[in-house]
Design a protein around this ligand. Structure first.
Ligand SMILES: CC(C)(COP(=O)(O)OP(=O)(O)OC[C@H]1O[C@@H](n2cnc3c(N)ncnc32)[C@H](O)[C@@H]1OP(=O)(O)O)[C@@H](O)C(=O)NCCC(=O)NCCS
Length: 185
């Protein structure tokens, strides 16, 4: 059984980015992204009702990182670390099977500059080296080609296509599951 025990939030750095803990002052930026229909086009989740809901969300992240159940990083440029431009993180950690699901989103002003690639490389490495995950999973809407391409670029392989396994807003949607194995195991 995988057990994680972070005593402090694992801030990460890449060449251009800082991946840091959420702060309550990120609530507006996160809210703006979660109600932005360009960002949310293929994220089949209800949009937040209000800023309060996002603040509760942030508090949950911050209270829950220690055991690695909800490890969500704010993506910010090093030159402006207070300005959240995206997020990346592990959730639905399956401790029995050393497996976690990765998710990410970025403000459209920053798309196609290699930012999620840079963040993904670092967090995958962290997942395998520091969290000791055996596999990383990603679940995409079948029409989300940008997400599919980025996963393939980082070595993920398509593992499953579930037909109509997910109910959202009156429709049963298909899901595509991608997976990456820890190369050191
Ligand atoms: C998917 C997303 C995270 C990509 O972020 P990004 O920082 O723009 O991606 P990168 O610049 O690092 O791109 C890396 C690679 O991904 C692929 N890619 C990214 N955007 C793409 C697009 N619109 N169409 C096709 N391929 C795309 C390409 O292979 C790209 O490499 P290239 O630029 O050398 O061709 C971003 O479009 C986004 O936030 N979308 C909305 C949220 C979302 O759908 N999240 C995923 C939920 S599963």
């Amino acid at each position: 059984m995988l057990t994680l025990n972070f005593t402090k939030f694992p801030t990460l750095e890449t060449e251009r980015l800082i991946l840091r803990e959420h702060a309550l002052y990120d609530a507006e930026a996160l809210y703006a992204m979660r109600i932005n229909e360009t960002v949310m086009k293929y994220i089949d989740r209800e949009r937040p009702e209000d800023l309060m809901e996002i603040k509760t969300f942030i508090t949950t992240f911050n209270d829950g990182f220690e055991n690695g159940d909800n490890l969500a990083w704010v993506i910010a440029l090093k030159e402006n670390p207070g300005n959240m431009i995206g997020s990346i993180g592990y959730w639905r950690t399956d401790f029995a099977n050393h497996r976690a699901e990765i998710g990410y989103m970025l403000h459209p002003d920053y798309w196609r500059k290699g930012i999620i690639s840079e963040a993904l490389k670092k967090t995958i490495n962290f997942g395998f080296e520091d969290m000791n995950l055996h596999t990383i999973k990603a679940n995409i809407n079948v029409d989300n080609d940008a997400s599919r391409q980025i996963l393939i670029k980082h070595g993920f392989v398509k593992e499953a296509h579930f037909k109509q396994d997910y109910y959202f807003r009156g429709q049963f949607l298909d899901s595509e599951i991608y997976g990456l194995l820890n190369p050191n195991h």
